[in-house]
Design a protein around this ligand. Structure first.
Ligand SMILES: Cc1ncc(COP(=O)(O)O)c(C=O)c1O
Length: 392
């Protein structure tokens, strides 16, 4: 038995779609990229989408396009994957962390304002685990101080809060299509935005800063001609990847329903375990539609459950619990080791243990138990049984 904490869900249609591209004329920079972008943009009701090689590249591009420069500060949460901050570090930016909110594990919006300085350019909230961050409050702060918002929604495709989709309020919203995410391209990322200027800059940044659009060129030398107008990267995604993304997108609603059903199963059954705190307990105020059979009518609130984080009330039991679950073939994981405790951050920015006590306490208790659409009833019962029989 081997049950990971997260895993892709691939069917024959996905395989056929990729094979068709392999038989076609274009493996990269063909029609599938645009088709995939349009599908994700339409789903979220946003004007523009730019697909890139991965979510980290997308974050780098978003920070660049927003104008983050050397020594500019960006505000984010310590409970996230390294990529959220790395995108800004690549440009010489300085990460300024804000502790998390106990109620949803996301950045504590009441503590953002005290961290704003004359160097702050952007707020980069993360919708951890798929619980949408309180973007309405963040937008008020951003407006007051003339800051931009990059929403790291790598965990939160399709999620909704207060009637807003994850891409409704931020200047740019970043998605990831790594295999543990809701839909996958193998590797892949995307930026959603309603801003045309950002969109055009993102297209340049994705491919060396080169344009082939004749209307945008300074010179017009001939049909072979292209121009490098900015310094960009090769962050292109392939048609092979996007063909997979397209068929995966067609199943997104089904995947989200399945993830919510699994979450409901855990919520219901783990409530009996008084040594565990489930996310349902924390988020009961705003999760109003955890179970629904289809998503054609979009709910006001929806957690997309990239992961299902539980907290072990007595932190001294956390390590034994993880080891016990793994030895039972259930590959639970911890999300995340707070970024400010990483050696790089201590060395370069002087962060230290004790700086963000809520995030640190959260880290010491957190365990992500398996959640992905292909989990069977038998596997879910096996996981539950193992949790029930854990002795500490
Ligand atoms: C919160 C968050 N942001 C960004 C990323 C980066 O995405 P990618 O792996 O596609 O580069 C991840 C990936 O795990 C993530 O969890």
């Amino acid at each position: 038995m081997y049950i990971p904490y997260g895993k892709q869900c691939i069917d024959e249609k996905d395989i056929e779609s990729v094979i068709n591209v392999l038989k076609s004329d274009y493996l990269t920079q063909g029609p599938k990229i645009r088709e995939f972008e349009e599908k994700v943009a339409n789903y979220h009701g946003v004007k523009y989408a730019v697909a890139l090689s991965n979510g980290t590249a997308a974050l780098h591009a978003a920070y660049k396009v927003i104008g983050l420069d050397v020594d500019d500060e960006f505000i984010t949460t310590p409970i996230t994957f390294a990529a959220t901050s790395n995108g800004g570090l690549y440009l010489g930016g300085k990460p300024v962390f804000v502790d998390i909110d106990k109620s949803d594990y996301n950045i504590d919006v009441t503590k953002i304002e005290e961290k704003i300085t004359s160097r702050t350019k952007v707020i980069t909230p993360v919708s951890y685990a798929g619980f949408p961050v309180n973007m309405e409050e963040i937008k008020k702060i951003a407006n007051k101080y003339n800051l931009k918002i990059i929403h790291d929604a790598a965990h939160a495709i399709g999620a909704r809060r207060n009637g807003y989709s994850v891409s409704d309020i931020a200047d740019m919203t970043v998605l990831s299509f790594h295999p543990v995410k809701h839909i996958t391209c193998g590797e892949g990322g995307m930026i959603l935005t309603n801003n045309e200027e950002y969109y055009k800059k993102l297209l340049l940044f994705r491919t060396h800063g080169i344009t082939k659009n004749i209307d945008e060129m300074e010179a017009k030398d001939g049909p072979w001609y292209y121009e490098m107008q900015e310094l960009g990267y090769n962050y292109r995604i392939t048609d092979i990847q996007c063909a997979l993304g397209i068929t995966q997108m067609e199943k997104l609603n089904g995947f989200l329903c399945k993830r919510n059903k699994i979450a409901e199963f855990y919520d219901k059954n783990l409530i009996k375990m008084d040594w565990i705190t489930t996310p349902k307990y924390f988020n009961k105020d705003w999760i109003d539609t955890p179970l629904y059979s289809n998503l054609h009518k979009k709910p006001n609130n929806l957690c997309s459950y990239h992961i299902y984080p539980i907290l072990i009330k007595n932190k001294s039991n956390r390590r034994a619990f993880v080891e016990y679950m793994r030895s039972s073939g259930i590959y639970v994981q911890v999300h995340y080791i707070p970024l400010h405790l990483m050696p790089y951050y201590k060395k370069h920015f002087g962060y230290k243990a004790g700086d963000f006590p809520i995030a640190e306490d959260f880290y010491e208790r957190e365990v992500s138990i398996p959640i992905y659409p292909d989990l069977t009833e038998q596997e879910l019962n096996y996981i539950l049984n193992k949790i029930y029989t854990f002795k500490f």
